[in-house]
Design a protein around this ligand. Structure first.
Ligand SMILES: C[S@@+](CC[C@H](N)C(=O)[O-])C[C@H]1O[C@@H](n2cnc3c(N)ncnc32)[C@H](O)[C@@H]1O
Length: 235
């Protein structure tokens, strides 16, 4: 056994560690990130969470967060769902540590709130079907405390923006859409990734009419990505 460090023997230890962040390294594995940027520009004033399925090294969430920041859309909660788990070499748990470090650091440097939920998409659906608990006093709306600000807990089950970029089999994308589309309010957006890559196991063109039937309109389709905005209330 190693000896207990001296600081751990003190009451109320308080340690200052000098930190120097040299650089963050955010990487993507796709193209056409401008589709994400443009979609995020549309959601200012739309209530709801921002969520990405399939985070990898963070370029998707990074692009969305930057777009919201550039739009002065600052009071957002960002969630990423990704199991990593060494399911493939390029989605390893080592990579997860890099993703966490880079995204958390970037978010914190910009006073933004990002949470990585380390689980598969269907685990999320089973556990968060009734929403995600959000603890927040909205003093930023008024800049002073009012009695309403003390209603500080919300179970939020609405999504202003969803980026679908996890597993790319047809049934996975359908399950994800069935979960998220009804939870997107009017003005909210959804972006699908890799629509041009896996034609055999995932044919987005076949599924698109179902998205449109549910009250969405296409914003933009370019290369690997397509975005839609909800224009009609969900039935
Ligand atoms: C294409 S990468 C995401 C790229 C990222 N959005 C970007 O823009 O750079 C796909 C990610 O989905 C994750 N993934 C695969 N199957 C998943 C599942 N069933 N649930 C959650 N995440 C999954 C993988 O671990 C991987 O990190």
């Amino acid at each position: 056994m190693k000896p207990v460090p001296e600081w751990a023997t003190k009451q109320y230890p308080n340690i200052e560690i000098p930190v120097q962040i040299n650089k963050l390294n955010i990487q993507g594995d796709s193209s056409d990130y401008h589709v994400l940027w443009n979609a995020a520009q549309k959601i200012k004033g739309v209530d709801g969470l921002i969520l990405e399925i399939g985070v990898r090294l963070g370029m998707g969430t990074f692009t969305i967060m930057n777009s919201c920041l550039a739009n002065d859309d600052k009071h957002r909660r960002y969630f990423g769902i990704d199991c990593y788990g060494d399911i493939r070499k390029q989605y390893s748990n080592k990579l997860k540590i890099h993703a966490k470090y880079n995204l958390m650091a970037f978010a914190a440097m910009n006073e933004q709130d990002f949470t990585l939920l380390e689980m598969e998409d269907f685990e999320f659906f089973n556990r968060f079907a009734d929403g995600i608990p959000i603890y927040e006093r909205k003093i930023w709306e008024t800049n002073q405390y009012t009695p309403e600000d003390y209603e500080w807990k919300d179970i939020v089950n609405k999504y202003a923006l969803v980026h679908i970029d996890g597993p790319h089999r047809m049934q996975d994308v359908i399950d994800e859409s069935e979960f998220f589309l009804p939870r997107i309010p009017v003005g909210g957006v959804v972006i699908y990734d890799d629509i041009d890559k896996y034609k055999k196991k995932y044919n987005h063109d076949e599924y698109e009419p179902t998205i449109l039937e549910q009250g969405f309109e296409m914003i933009e389709k370019c290369g690997s990505k397509v975005s839609y905005v909800r224009v009609k209330e969900h039935d």
